[in-house]
Design a protein around this ligand. Structure first.
Ligand code: 13P
Length: 260
């Protein structure tokens, strides 16, 4: 199997002012060292209002943490009040953009069509999307988890070339596990991540599937991360609540690469 460097990402959602964000990144930079960055890539995804502050800090201190955003609007510029364009994000050295998070799909009505446009926009500006997919509790109980997840992938990757697809990170986030303290079992998470990789293989070939990073997200903590990361098809974590605290997130980043 191709070796894939784990990507441990902190999705701060609508938390932390720019001052809080600076404090967390400073502590994180202090806690993590060269050995950690060699074995895992770490990204933080602050609010739009904190991106510039965090970028300045990362650049000034040459901290090898990747800067990420949580969302984007799929147009370069224009009359889209309140939105932020991929041009603006790329200019801030943003490397990863979360696309299609279930909170945006559920609370803000994002459709697969919109997610597809955002994916294409992020790729068009040299950044990597972290595409979130996942099922509701009802869908899991009805046995339609794979159908839901693979259906989202098919729609969200519509028209994406193999060269572009190679830059996409896929995050499997079961909706019932987000913010609930209820994590998918390592076996269940592995089964879906394996199916995700198999889908990439069918759509783009086995070589690309072997290189694609598939993250798990949903109540990841320092206590469960190692077991999840030990699964063969899980290549990182998309962490919400437990990434808000620098010390906890640093422990997750460290434990998340010990399995390889
Ligand atoms: P929690 O880690 O808080 O469950 O959130 C997961 C998530 O939605 C990350 O994008």
């Amino acid at each position: 199997m191709a070796s894939r460097k784990p990507l441990i990402s902190g999705n701060w959602k609508m938390n932390h002012t720019h001052l809080d964000a600076i404090a967390v990144v400073q502590k994180l930079a202090y806690s993590l060292g060269p050995a950690d960055y060699e074995r895992a890539e770490v990204s933080v995804h602050p609010s739009f209002t904190a991106l510039r502050s965090v970028q300045t800090l990362l650049d000034a201190d040459e901290v090898p943490i990747a800067l990420g955003a949580q969302n984007v609007y799929p147009a370069d510029s224009g009359a889209y009040t309140g939105e932020v364009s991929p041009v603006m994000l790329a200019k801030l050295n943003v490397r990863y953009v979360i696309v299609g998070h279930s909170e945006r799909r559920q609370l803000l009505g994002e459709t697969d069509g919109m997610v597809n446009q955002k994916l294409v926009a992020v790729l068009g500006h040299g950044m990597s999307p972290i595409l979130c997919v996942g099922e509701t509790l009802e869908e899991r109980e009805a046995g339609t988890t794979e159908a839901k997840v693979l259906g989202q992938l098919k729609a969200d990757f519509e028209g994406v070339s193999p060269e572009a697809a190679a830059k996409v990170v896929i995050a499997y986030e079961p909706i019932w596990a987000i913010g609930t303290g209820r994590t998918a079992s390592p076996d269940d998470a592995q089964a879906v991540c394996k199916a995700v990789r198999a889908w990439v293989g069918e759509a783009y070939g086995s070589e690309l599937a072997g290189r694609t990073r598939v993250q798990y997200g949903g109540s990841v903590t320092p206590d469960n991360v190692a077991e999840l990361m030990a699964q063969p098809d899980i290549d990182g974590a998309l962490v919400g609540g437990a990434s808000l605290d620098a010390e906890r997130f640093a422990r997750i980043a460290r434990l998340g690469h010990q399995a390889d």
